[in-house]
Design a protein around this ligand. Structure first.
Ligand code: GAR
Length: 207
């Protein structure tokens, strides 16, 4: 697992791995926080490659890893390295995706787990969670709601990969036994159905 910041997704994955029935385990955590700032991309890639190679790593998970990875390193881990991003990609890649979503006025945003490609926040999408934006949201409240979804989505995605059910076919991800939600979610949500006797009245609409 490669992280830079607070490590809450790492904690969510560690919690999932604590269950004996979970099909993956975290064998190493690399944080670039302790790296000397003058180290370049390639030096980091070489070091990380050496380390990961010695740790029987089968899947590299990025969570808030703020370093742009060397293209050769990304290629070496093609379809074996995943990233989580706090938006419904391809919308709002890059920095401050939650603020970008608020500025755009979207009613839903969310998070995406995808296989990593050399371009930032790009690559075949494996799984997404949809999160509603509320009228009184600011960056902090929206980020917290998305983060709650990240902590469910990342362990689910890693489980599917560890079970060997995920593969990339012609640039898109196929998942064996994929169960999609059945219905659309509306925002604003529909009014609850109540009979007029219970106080619900129809709004006259001129058509
Ligand atoms: C998460 O919200 C993750 O989606 C985001 O950084 C945060 C890391 O939090 N990643 C990106 O923005 C990648 N472009 P964490 O350290 O608590 O897991």
């Amino acid at each position: 697992m490669l992280i830079s910041g607070r490590g809450s997704n790492l904690r969510a994955l560690l919690a999932a791995c604590a269950d004996a029935a979970y099909p993956a385990e975290i064998v190493s955590v690399v944080s670039d926080r302790v790296e000397a700032p003058h180290r370049g991309r390639q030096a980091f890639a070489a070091q990380a490659e050496l380390f990961l190679g010695s740790q029987r790593v089968q899947l590299v998970c990025l969570a808030g890893f703020m370093r742009v990875l060397d293209a050769a390193f990304v290629e070496m881990w093609r379809d074996r390295m995943v990233n989580i991003h706090p938006s419904l990609l391809p919308a709002f890649p890059g920095l401050h995706p939650q603020s970008q979503a608020l500025a755009a006025g979207v009613r839903f945003t969310g998070c995406t787990v995808h296989f990593v490609r050399p371009e930032v926040d790009a690559g075949p999408i494996i799984a997404q969670a949809v999160v509603p934006a509320h009228p009184d949201d600011d960056e902090a409240s929206l980020s917290a709601r998305i983060l709650g979804a990240e902590h469910r989505l990342y362990p689910l995605t890693v489980r599917l990969i560890a079970e060997g059910r995920v593969r990339v076919v012609a640039g898109k991800v196929e998942i064996d036994g994929w169960r999609a939600p059945k219905r659309a979610i509306l925002n604003p949500s529909e009014p609850r159905r109540k009979s007029p006797a219970n106080g619900w009245s129809r709004t006259p609409v001129g058509l």
